[in-house]
Design a binder for this molecule. Structure first.
Ligand code: UT7
Length: 335
């Protein structure tokens, strides 16, 4: 009997129109363009319009991914969305709303919560569903309206985050050359307080206290998270390459989560990656959490850099704490 593998068929992304520049932030909090660029590499980020919600951005990215995979939406049999800024914090899931916006009917749909690691986590979920034979074409989406949980008086966080969405179609194949090679995803809840939105939730249901203390905003232990991210990711990407006996020189596209240029540079340097291998979008999008990796993949696809068969190495780190890395070929058509 032939084996079934999961393959990465297509990519799409959506970037909201409005730009929030470092110069804009200088007028809002005590910061400077120089500090932000030097410490993070971020020059600007995009912010969704007030009436533009996470599912709107996710649906736009998903539609592109569907069109580029050359499949009909009726062939999709699972819809997954990774987000920590869902349309509704409790229910319904953003995946259900995106399915409806796309006209995908009677198909299993659900969200996962793994913060910035969400998209790579979804890859592992899609892989498991496909390789077990349960599903054939999985739509995975990372979508975030981070501006909805950012306190624009907190200079430690508001300079970092942006909004956007990215999506991909993961399909069954019998061709081993197209298969996702390896995914490693992990978590450590002992560091839950490094990145947290304290409300709303069962710990802090909506109350006057939540409003007065701004508990609905993201809180981050920035420097501690930074140090742990560099240490964990360096180890993780080295391990995934060693386990699969692939030299870093043979990876044309290293696509890290775009949180901070200094984290990307430290991990890239540890792998001896050249500038040409490392995909960088943090300067123009900031940190878009679960959307950051698919937005970056979309960038190299749209610029014609991503070719069929090209190997991609992904790595990510985020709230939970969660982290993940993945090694896979691009099994779709180049632009
Ligand atoms: O995506 C999920 C994972 N998240 C991350 O990976 C984020 C990781 N963290 C970071 O990217 C960095 O820690 C930050 C960019 C958030 C901060 O950079 P840092 O080099 O770790 O700075 P720091 O927090 O140690 O702060 C250094 C100084 C402090 O002042 P003092 O105490 O030295 O006087 C801060 O108050 O920089 C100050 N500072 C700022 N100054 C100007 C913090 N934020 C700002 C700011 N503008 N926006």
């Amino acid at each position: 009997m032939s084996h079934i593998y999961a393959s990465f068929r297509s990519i799409g992304a959506y970037v909201p129109e409005k730009i929030l520049s470092n110069a804009d932030l200088e007028k809002m909090v005590d910061t400077t363009d120089e500090w932000i660029v030097k410490r993070t590499g971020i020059k600007e980020r995009h912010i969704a319009a007030q009436n533009e919600v996470t599912s709107d951005m996710g649906a736009k990215a998903a539609q592109l991914a569907i069109d580029r995979a050359d499949i009909g939406k009726e062939e999709i049999d699972l819809v997954l969305c990774a987000t920590v800024t869902p349309d509704y914090f409790n229910m319904p899931s953003t995946a259900c709303i995106i399915s409806d916006k796309l006209g995908i009917k009677n198909v299993q749909a659900f969200d996962i919560s793994a913060a910035c690691s969400g998209f790579v986590y979804l890859l592992s979920v899609a892989k498991a569903f496909i390789e077990s034979g349960m599903k054939k074409n999985v739509l995975i989406i990372g979508a975030e309206k981070f501006s909805s949980i950012v306190d624009y008086t907190d200079r430690g966080t508001c300079i970092l985050f942006g909004d956007g969405a990215g999506a991909a179609i993961i399909s069954a194949t019998e061709n081993k050359k197209e298969a996702l090679i390896d995914i490693h995803a992990s978590a450590d809840g002992a560091y839950a307080d490094f990145l947290v939105t304290p409300a709303p939730g069962s710990v802090n249901p909506v109350s006057q206290k939540v409003i007065d203390e701004g508990l609905n905003f993201v809180q981050m232990k920035g420097n501690e998270t930074f140090k742990l991210a560099v240490k964990t990711l360096t180890k993780d990407v080295k391990e995934i390459l060693a386990r699969n006996e692939i030299a870093s020189a043979n990876i044309p596209h290293f696509i890290p989560h775009q949180a901070n240029y200094r984290i990307i540079k430290a991990v890239g340097d540890a792998l001896k990656m050249t500038e040409k291998q490392v995909v960088l979008t943090v300067g123009k999008y900031g940190n878009t959490s679960a959307a950051s990796i698919p937005m970056a993949i979309n960038d190299i696809w749209e610029s014609g850099r991503l070719q069929n068969g090209d190997l991609m190495l992904l790595d990510t780190f985020g709230g939970g704490l969660t982290w993940a890395s993945a090694l896979l070929p691009f099994a779709g058509k180049a632009k």
